[in-house]
Design a protein around this ligand. Sequence first.
Ligand code: 5CA
Ligand code: ZN
Length: 412
Amino acid sequence: MRAWNPPTIPTLPVTAPAVSLHDTSSGRQVTTSPDGPARLYVCGITPYDATHLGHAATYVGFDLLNRAWRNAGHDVTYVQNVTDVDDPLLERATKVNIDWVELAERETELFRQDMQALRVLPPAAYIGAVESIPVVIDLIQVLERAGAVYQVEQDLYFSVTADGAFGEESGFDRDTMLSLFAERGGDPDRAGKRDPLDCVVWRGERPGEPSWPSPWGAGRPGWHIECAAIALTHLGSGIDVQGGGSDLVFPHHEMCAGHAQVARPGTSFAQVYSHAGMVGYDGEKMSKSRGNLVFVSALRNSDIDPMAIRLALLRHHFRSDWEWTDAELFEALDSLAQWRKAAALGTGAPAAPVVEEVLAAVADDLDAPRAVAAIDAWVAATLGVDGLADTSDPDAAVAIIAVADAALGIQL
Ligand code: 5CA
Ligand code: ZN
């Protein structure tokens, strides 16, 4: 699948520090040490509706990681999927009476435009579930040879006990797993399963649903096997970081890890599992199923500068849960105007310590609020908000403009 056009990123005159990230699995902050290009997989959208600010926050969050690694001197191989066939997409297509392929293409295209407007670096491989069916089938065959799958009527299930490390990604106890599995698309009560937590890897054809041939009859991939197959094919096992929103900690990332670890015994699927917090609106998690959404495209259509949207997102730590309000956007619009006003002066308060602080903050578990605060302080000093304007650094603006873009993706 085509991704989107990359933004230009300035090269910084200094090298950023090594990047550390909070790892969901160990519960600790881990310093990443990519061996060769850093390998990043971030779960992509299910394209049945437009990109909302929760999605945007997650992708901007992992974009900070992509940029931080590059600024630290690493190449990055970034892979993202598109769940372009799955239950919610098919349900929505039926509900609004539109062809599911057309719906997926339309919403994926809108997502590309939103990501490009937000200056998110595109993945090197942007891969749809449908185009991955051959590698999904290959992976299921590997699992089958390992004795890790079994049939229940027309469906094929993955046996979670086949992975000795099952449960280590989320660290959840069994009761938590069971309730999240039921809540998030699983079927703990299906008769004939060996373990209530076992998940579908191949869903046999149902009337009115699209299907593809396979050794187990016509059907379509389960959700978790899709990401496992795409990641293993394009990045291999033991990737540096598996990312996504915290709603994917269980079952999605646990099952992906389970599939991958049975297929490639002896290696963990990912070295670090990193999860973005949930953005809420009107008191609840912003979600397509709840319908409490603020769309990036709607803001762009009202002529809101995408850099203000990005700055509003960066004012929150990517791992925290927070609530979007219109006031957040107005504050970001004001800040952006101030940043641009200060940057337009050319001279300003000394930039070198600010550049160092911004890079250190982002390298420390992607602490964008700390980085933004450093630039806010430089802007205040440069504009003389609390006294005399500091114009002691003749080249300040060039350095600030470069770091705001290279590290934070904010173009001034
Ligand atoms: N296609 C699957 C992943 S393979 C999926 O979860 N799609 S999604 O469209 O529902 O979500 C896309 C990404 O946005 C996921 O990483 C998800 O964790 C994240 N996300 C969804 N809702 C929110 C929210 N309210 N706040 C932050 N991130 C969110
Ligand atoms: Zn995924």
